[in-house]
Design a protein around this ligand. Structure first.
Ligand SMILES: [Zn+2]
Length: 325
């Protein structure tokens, strides 16, 4: 534990996303006493993003009635490649101008007067579910965040498993050799079938080739320019055949990837989160469980499958937990 990180002291947590920055002030037991949300800058570079992050923490601290320099520490869940030792973040390709490496931890620590730790966003969200959410009853689990891409986090024997820093990339488990092109550039990854970005690209290709679908009509009706989780859900409610086909394809890929991970690690539970995972909820978690079951080597005691329980604040709360370790 960091000097000054007494058990009673409040922590800060920041979930840095491609569209929004969510900050929260959190007690050691996970209660949120102040929060703030700001849009992620669409232009500029890492320093501009860091400035907005610092503003979000100051706002959340104001709401909680504390100063940022009184916090025991501030945790950050970041996309891209986060180095937990140095607090540097590189290759955060969904953030503006962030192709190189940037000392995010040090920059925020200087701005806010508290120690800062930086980790992968999906790892901290998985850890939050493990400590405070749907994963509380278990000692080992897999977090599967089904959204724009498919992120993963691993808890083994009560601890986050990071490997050499890059563990948990379940979206890039190969479910079909030489298969569909993944946004990562490789072929046949689970994400190439189940990630929302890849699903949208596939839907657009089929639509251009004459497939009948209401997906894009619904998208326009709702004033959107991409197929959000809500649009997929509405299309399914309308009985849209293309949407049903692509969701089915996604569920099969998720089942193959999750089962392969379970065959390797034999975790007790799988927690399904992410935009699509939470939107589709328990009925689809059960469909994923059924697809998983087909590929389990030891199929008489499948892992429990739950939907993530902490919702929108899970990432920020999970980041604050970096100061409990
Ligand atoms: Zn991939």
């Amino acid at each position: 534990m960091q000097a000054g990180a007494g058990n009673g002291a409040l922590r800060g947590g920041i979930d840095l996303g491609g569209t929004k920055i969510q900050a929260a002030i959190v007690s050691p037991t996970g209660e949120v006493s102040g929060e703030a949300r700001r849009p992620t800058p669409a232009e500029g570079g890492p320093q501009d993003v860091a400035n907005e992050m610092a503003r979000a923490v100051v706002q959340a601290a104001d709401a909680a009635g504390v100063q940022t320099d009184s916090l025991a520490g501030i945790g950050v869940g970041s996309p891209g490649d986060s180095n937990e030792e140095t607090g540097e973040v590189s290759e955060a390709s969904n953030l503006p101008g962030w192709s190189g490496s940037f000392p995010l931890g040090r920059t925020l620590s200087d701005a806010l007067g508290a120690p800062v730790r930086v980790a992968n966003d999906v790892d901290v969200a998985t850890n939050a579910e493990f400590k405070l959410g749907a994963g509380k009853p278990y000692r080992s689990l897999l977090g599967v965040f089904w959204g724009t891409g498919v992120g993963g986090g691993v808890i083994l024997d009560g601890k986050r498993w990071l490997g050499r820093g890059a563990a948990g990339e379940i979206g890039h488990m190969v479910v079909e050799r030489g298969g569909a092109r993944c946004p990562c550039g490789r072929r046949g990854c689970m994400e190439a079938y189940a990630g929302r970005k890849a699903m949208e690209a596939k839907a657009r290709r089929e639509y251009a080739d004459g497939a009948k679908t209401k997906l894009f009509e619904i998208m326009e009706e709702h004033g959107r320019d991409r197929l959000t989780s809500g649009i997929w859900e509405r299309a399914i409610e309308h009985g849209d055949k293309l949407a049903e086909k692509l969701i089915e394809r996604a569920l099969k890929a998720l089942g193959a990837g999750v089962a392969s991970a379970v065959n390797l690690l034999d975790v007790e539970a799988v927690i399904i989160g992410g935009g699509l995972g939470v939107r589709f909820g328990q009925p689809y978690a059960e469909k994923i469980a059924a697809e998983t079951h087909k590929h389990l080597f030891v199929d008489d005691r499948p892992p429990a499958i739950h939907v993530a329980a902490l919702g929108d604040l899970g990432g920020a709360i999970g980041a604050s937990l970096l100061f409990d370790e």
